[in-house]
Design a protein around this ligand. Sequence first.
Ligand SMILES: [Zn+2]
Length: 102
Amino acid sequence: MGKNRGNKKAKYVFRKKESLANLLQRIKLWPSRSGMLHGIKNLESKGNYLELELYCGERLQVKNSKNSRAARWLRNKIMVKACPKCAVPEWKLEKYSKTAFK
Ligand SMILES: [Zn+2]
């Protein structure tokens, strides 16, 4: 009741201190260095590291840090376009665009 009722734009809210693992687990999107937004097919947490499998077949290992480039890019929404190979569904991008970081 009464949570964020008047705020239609920020439908999903994350804390800025959220760990990268939690962020990725919820958003299911990965911003690559080239500015491409990939869909995350699988995410495994291995201590300080995360193993990601993307829908386009790419696998990568990243540090689970809320201050990592990826975390910053997700928060600041730095991206050029969605990966065509991942075929990220529109609703996912829509959800992400409505996500706010406080
Ligand atoms: Zn991709």
